[in-house]
Design a protein around this ligand. Structure first.
Ligand code: 3PG
Length: 220
């Protein structure tokens, strides 16, 4: 969107340096607080150093605090942020970045002023255009598969070729590569690295292996 090239971009460099560290970002919902650190450590040791912890569970904020303490080198995104109030909570627990599933004007406005960069979730060109006007250049594309997947991303590149995306929603080991091959995709995210059965069984070794497989297969 060349008309907006003059606008300041909202922390594009910071987001790029985070996303450069990982082509794959596990999207995690911590159900039991005791799982937080061993789960994050398994993913980190497997080679996935950028993690998105969602605010979808009661213990999420406490989990993020503990993970930050145990793994200070990991980049922690706080996900499923729906309101500016949750954005502030993410800042307080030391988020490196904030991820939203969709956007509101309030979130777009808050994100511009926050010290923590935001990866806003968009699924349509209109949402993308609104974010672009606020200065956002990097977006989550969610829900990716349900919103047109690879075809939609190729279409976004027509009018807004400078935008880059982290698609999530329906992405797994079998289609991640196809997404990563697109010029406007910087990384992909998903819950496939933390299958419920392995987490419930506390099989951290198996999760480390899943992470390693993804890290080796999809490295930059
Ligand atoms: C997200 O918020 O990114 C999604 O819930 C992840 O989607 P998935 O479970 O289909 O990977």
């Amino acid at each position: 969107m060349s008309i907006d090239k003059q606008l300041p971009s909202t922390r594009t460099t910071e987001l790029d340096s985070i996303c450069l560290k990982a082509e794959v970002i596990p999207v995690i919902a911590i159900q039991r607080i005791e799982d937080a650190v061993p789960l994050a450590r398994a993913l980190y040791d497997g080679g996935l150093t950028v993690l998105e912890i969602t605010l979808r569970t009661d213990c999420a904020l406490e989990a993020i605090k503990r993970i930050n303490e145990a793994l200070p080198q990991a980049s922690i995104g706080v996900g499923t942020v729906l309101t500016p109030a949750q954005y502030r909570q993410a800042e307080e627990v030391g988020a490196d970045f904030v991820v939203t599933p969709g956007t509101t004007e309030a979130l777009y406005r808050y994100g511009v002023t926050s010290p923590v960069p935001m990866l806003p979730g968009v699924a349509t060109v209109s949402e993308l255009m609104t974010g672009w006007q606020y200065g956002y250049r990097r977006f989550k594309f969610f829900p990716a598969e349900a919103s047109g997947g690879i075809k939609a991303l190729k279409s976004f590149a027509g009018p807004i070729p400078e935008a880059r995306f982290c698609p999530t929603g329906g992405i797994g080991i079998n289609n991640a590569e196809d997404y990563l091959a697109l010029k406007n995709v910087m990384c992909v995210g998903g819950s496939w690295l933390t299958p419920k059965s392995l987490v419930d069984a506390e099989d951290w070794d198996a999760i480390r292996l899943l992470a390693r497989e993804a890290a080796e297969r999809f490295h930059h």
